[in-house]
Design a binder for this molecule. Structure first.
Ligand code: SF4
Ligand code: SF4
Length: 275
């Protein structure tokens, strides 16, 4: 199974491994550089293309018998135990190579017992606390609280308290990672197709016409991430802070057959009426 480790190293991904019963879980990290978005674009963090890359790479290593792609287990726990990185106050794994700007991927090696570990320096979060202050949902006060994290809200439905905290992201939240002092680096523009599809008017046009119109985006971030109802819900909440010229979308959005979107429209309209 050394060939699997070699293939991961050839990509330049940091890698560790740990025994799991009769098998071994190999965990690697795919790094990314945060994206820079313009005023007239919705946002999707650079984490998502990296996560899709990790998923596809794991699949490319697998043979379905002795090497299983994307096993279900706690990658962070294994990464922390074997020293791929250390866990920060934002609950993410920090590696010397990428800070926490990475997505973890893994494969299961059947009937192989292998350990690969390394030493990593402590992070010093106790002297910092910046991510705790920046988290809009106060999800990092007193340790990471998954129930309060906006990622969970975005997956499971937006509760009333979270509505004002949503920004221009139409998928996930990455504030505690992208603004961590250990991760500071110049941002890059997202791939051209993302720039095009995430233009605010273009995005509404496509998402309202259905999943197929978002497939090119799915090629970059993974087709399972393309859920028009969920993305339109977040895009609708974003209208609360956007230029008035986009508010004409609210009427079309209200006709979209999804209660989450209708609720978001009502929320935004209520704010505009109060002004
Ligand atoms: S992902 Fe966003 S909401 Fe969740 S802990 Fe980080 S900053 Fe807070
Ligand atoms: S912002 Fe500071 S406290 Fe938060 S993860 Fe980064 S180093 Fe740790």
């Amino acid at each position: 199974m050394d060939r699997i480790i070699e293939k991961i190293k050839e990509r330049g991904y940091p890698v560790i491994a740990d025994v799991d019963g009769e098998d071994t879980i190999v965990v690697f990290g795919v790094g990314y550089t945060p994206f820079l978005y313009l005023e007239d674009e919705f946002e999707i963090g650079a984490f998502y293309p990296a996560s899709h890359e990790a998923y596809l790479f794991s699949k490319s290593l697998a043979d379905g018998e002795s090497v299983i792609a994307n096993p279900k287990c706690d990658y962070k726990k294994i990464a922390e135990k074997q020293g791929l990185g250390v866990r920060g106050a934002n609950d993410l794994i920090f590696t010397p190579e990428y800070g926490s700007l990475l997505s973890l991927g893994a494969v299961r090696l059947k009937n192989v017992k292998m350990k690969i570990s390394r030493e990593v320096e402590p992070l010093g979060c106790e002297k910092c606390g910046i991510c705790t202050k920046l988290c809009p949902a106060y999800a990092l006060n007193g340790g990471f609280n998954y129930d309060k994290c906006l990622r969970r809200q975005m997956d499971d439905g937006i509760e009333d308290w979270a509505q004002p905290m949503l920004n221009k992201s139409v998928l996930g939240c990455n504030i505690c990672s992208e603004f961590c002092v250990k991760n500071l680096k110049d941002r890059v523009r997202p791939p051209e197709i993302m720039q095009k599809i995430l233009k605010i008017d273009e995005f509404f046009e496509r998402a309202l016409s259905g999943r197929r119109a978002l497939e090119e985006l799915g090629d970059i971030i993974g087709r399972n991430m393309i859920r028009p109802g969920r993305m339109l819900t977040l895009a609708t909440y974003a209208l609360k802070d956007l230029d008035e010229k986009y508010l004409h979308w609210l009427d079309k959005l209200y006709l979209y057959d999804d209660v989450r979107v209708k609720r978001a429209v009502e929320y935004v309209k209520s704010l505009k009426k109060d002004k």
